[in-house]
Design a protein around this ligand. Sequence first.
Ligand code: SF4
Ligand code: SF4
Length: 428
Amino acid sequence: MIPIHPLDQDPRLTLPALEEGDFYAFHVMIKPAGAQCNLDCAYCFYLHKEDLLQQGKLPRMSESLLEAHIRQYIAAQTGPEVVFTWQGGEPTLMGLDFFRRVVELQARHAKPGQAIANDLQTNGILLDDEWCAFLKQHRFLVGLSIDGPAALHDAYRYSKGGKPTFERVMAAVQLLHRHAITFNALCVVNRLNARKPIDVYRFLRDEVRPRIIQFLPAVEPVSFRAVAPGYWNPDELPVSGSPRARPGQPDSVVADWSVDPEDWGYFLTRVWEEWLKRDFGRVFVDQFENVISQLLGRGAQNCVSGQICGKALAIEHDGSLYSCDHFVYPEYRLGHIREVHEGDMAFSERQQAFGFAKYQTLPAYCRGCRYLQLCWGECPKNRFVKTPDGEAGLNYLCPGLKKFYARIVADRAVFLGRMGMSTGNCII
Ligand code: SF4
Ligand code: SF4
C-alpha cells in the first residue's frame, strides 16, 4: 500500500458561491505519462509533444500533482458525475500501482451524492489478466485503438521497432471480452482505411464487438509539429477541393496519412448505409447516434459537432492545463494547477472565448450552409483551408462532411419512421 500523501495547499477556487441547483461541469483528459508511448504510430498527433514541450526521458505525473488534480477537479464540479479520462501517450505505462492510487484518492476526495467514473484510452499492448481484473473491479470504461483488419491496422500502427501490432491488440480484445469489460473501439480513419469502409466496419462489428464504435478522422496539417492550430498563415492556405487541399500531393497542406476529405464522406456514408440497413438500434456508432440526436434538436453529444466547445480540456503530467487535447501547444496553455485552481481556469474568460470562437469564427460559407446546425464547422483544429470565394477558416473535411450530412437528411424519413417519428420532428 502506498502511503497517503499529505494534503497540500491548492490555489483557492474563486468561482462564485454556488446556489442550490447551479451546475458546473467540465471534462479534463489526463496525460499522466505525457506523450510517452510504447508504440510509434505514423499518424500520432501527440508523440511530438515530447520535443515541443520538452518533456524529457520519463515524463510522469507526481503523486502530489495527481492528488492536486483529483481534488481540484472534483471540487470544481457540481454535476451528478465526475468523469476522469486517462490518456496519453499511453497511460498504462504508469503501471497498475498508479491507478490503484488513483481510485484511492478519488474515494478520499469524492463528494457525497456525486459519482466518479473513469475512462482509459489505451493501445491495449500492456493489458493482462491483472490489469483487466482491476479495470473490471473499478468499472473503468476502456477505449481501445484499432483501425480495422490486420493489413489496415498495421499500415500505420506499429511498434518503436516498426513491428506490426495487430495480433497484440486482438489479444487485448479477447482479454477484455473474457473479463466482461465494457469497451469502445476507437478507429482512426486515415488515407488508407477510409477506402475500405465496409471491411473496417464489419470487422469492428463482428470481430471486435465493442459497446460503441468511434471513428476519428486522421487530419493534421504538415506543419502540426511546430505551428499551433489557428496560427497558420492565411495567405498559404489552399482553397477547399484544390489539389493542395488533399493528401498525397507534393505541396499538400496536410500530412500524407491524413484522410482525404472526399474519402471521409465516402467512408461515413457507406458505413451509414450498411448500419441503417442491418444494424439500426443494435450496433452503436458514435457519429450516427450523435447526428440523429442533433437532427431531432436534442443537441450534439460530442464537441466537434456542437455550436460551441471548450469544456474538454487536457492536463499534462507536469500540471499544466490546456484548452483542449488537440490544442496542447504553448499558445493554448491556460496555466498550472499549483498557481490557479483548475476550476477557475476551466471557467475563465479565456477558455470561454476559446469555446465561443468555434461558432464566432465561422466563415460566411458555413453560416449559409444547409447543414450548419449539424456541423458547426466541425473542429477548429481542422479549419486550415479557404472557402471557394477565398475566405480562410473553412474545415479541411468540408466536402466529405457535406456528403455525409446530405445522406443523413435524405434518409431521415426512413430512420425516423422506425423510431415512430416523422420528419416534422427534425430541425432540417
Ligand atoms: S477544439 Fe475541437 S476537439 Fe477541442 S473541444 Fe473544440 S471541437 Fe472539441
Ligand atoms: S458542411 Fe462545410 S460549409 Fe457546412 S458547416 Fe460544415 S464545414 Fe461549414
